[in-house]
Design a protein around this ligand. Sequence first.
Ligand SMILES: *Cc1c(COP(=O)(O)O)cnc(C)c1O
Length: 401
Amino acid sequence: MMVYNSSFRFSVSRILPSVRTVHTAPLKAANVKITGIKTPSQPKPNEQLVFGKTFTDHMLTVEWTKASGWGIPEIKPYGNLSLDPSACVFHYGFELFEGLKAYRTEDNKITMFRPDKNMERMNKSAARICLPTFDSEELIKLMGKLIQQDKHLVPEGKGYSLYIRPTLIGTTNALGVSTPDRALLYVITSPVGPYYKTGFKAVGLEATDYATRAWPGGCGDKKLGANYAPCILPQLQAAERGYQQNLWLFGPEKNITEVGTMNVFFAFKDSSTGKKELVTAPLDGTILEGVTRDSILALAREKLDPSEWNINERYYSINEVEERASKGELLEAFGSGTAAVVSPIKTIGWTGNDIDVPLLPGEQSGPLTKDIAKWIADIQYGRVSHGNWSRIVADLNTDAI
Ligand SMILES: *Cc1c(COP(=O)(O)O)cnc(C)c1O
């Protein structure tokens, strides 16, 4: 028996790798095929840029099949996709996306902000819905080539940037619910202006406890398209009552999770000790792992004096916010995300009352919110360097990168 067993195991382990391993092609930036547009468009004047409505001249597409892996990446003129009406993206929501930005720095280079974080998150989203994963570094290189192609369309100026939207969809043509055996990865880019044209504009929120954005064991921590359509109705209902956005609560404790499609931070001050605290919800699977959230936490830990500030990822509820506001312990609140970077909050509607968040006299935010916005903008526009957070993708001073 012993002999039989060990020789059996020996032969299986020798056979398995060659039987099981399917060698399909990895995503490879070096294989890119570039077809340039005949007449490149002129940049629109900055004041005409509306978030996500204007696109650049080119897009990147790469097809994937289960049988052969990733195909040839193509950079080609921006245009329609042609898909079969039975494609699984249309029926079962096989779709995920990312959102990141490229900035024109003051020395005329174009940089992407922390693209490695977005690629890591994109791969996690893909794995969750059985779409193919890829080597992050290769897609970063491809996005860089796409941006180089349209570099004259990256707008210049405070608050202006190029919004980048990588997207991955399942394209299997069949109505059975199953693992997609075909997919399409594409990237489009949109020149965008500042979220708030005239500095900050603090928003009013309605705390929502009748609908839930995400739950433990769900997939609210992934950027899946299916997570977003159900969030519009509670926002419309908040808007009917005069609030710009809704604040998502979770569970019987009514813990604060996110605001609209942004992460959210609160600052408190303990009135007995005088110690201040910057708080955001922990990454427990119900919170989208925002790159802006991560950047704010890192910068706050680096820059705020630990004898004055605690920086915590912990659970906190709307009841805590209400109680601490009544004791004068609520200092500031703001949302965080790639589009607006930071978005100050001035009031929160909850059970028929408004909890007011203090703002600097005559201004639209508190002092910490303002500092954080500046710390991040300084890095994004290349005035301050921070490790590998800015990745150079084009140099407008020369033709080469
Ligand atoms: C994208 C997103 C965020 C913000 O993530 P960033 O990487 O900072 O842009 C926060 N919450 C939700 C639900 C999101 O979709």
